[in-house]
Design a protein. Structure first.
Length: 135
């Protein structure tokens, strides 16, 4: 269709929209986890049992909360874009495995898997022109 022919000229705008949307949502979900304190971090960090790590759950939960919160911010502005995408991808893989280990199946893990696929793709695509990391 003729209406869609020139949209490829706006790839960088599309990447900006994706970065802002995902970044804002990860900040939104990460801040309460970060503010939840050690008791909440232990709950979050216990997800590491799904990958065979059952020590220091508060540390792992804190790291997951930091990754979501500050990773979301860095994603939004496009700074350290690929390393952040890798960290968020790892975070989401652990989340998906945790859902599977608790018997939630694909229905429970779907959101984490969907976001993980997006971050995997973004690692290859990059942040786009409208970012601090622009290249």
């Amino acid at each position: 269709m003729a209406i869609f022919e020139n949209l490829s000229n706006y790839k960088n705008l599309g990447l900006l929209i994706i970065r802002i949307g995902l970044g804002a949502m990860f900040i939104y979900h990460g801040v309460p986890k970060l503010a939840g304190g050690p008791e909440h971090w232990v709950k979050i960090g216990s997800a590491m049992k799904a990958v065979g790590i059952d020590y220091a759950p508060a540390f792992w939960g804190f790291m997951a909360a930091v990754t979501e919160t500050f990773g979301g911010l860095l994603l939004l502005i496009g700074l350290l874009f690929r390393p952040v995408c890798i960290l968020l991808l790892i975070n989401l893989i652990v989340a998906a495995l945790m859902h599977f280990s608790k018997g939630a199946g694909l229905e429970g893990a779907a959101h984490a898997i969907e976001d993980a696929i997006v971050f995997l793709g973004l690692i290859f695509i990059g942040p786009g022109l409208y970012s601090i990391d622009k290249k």
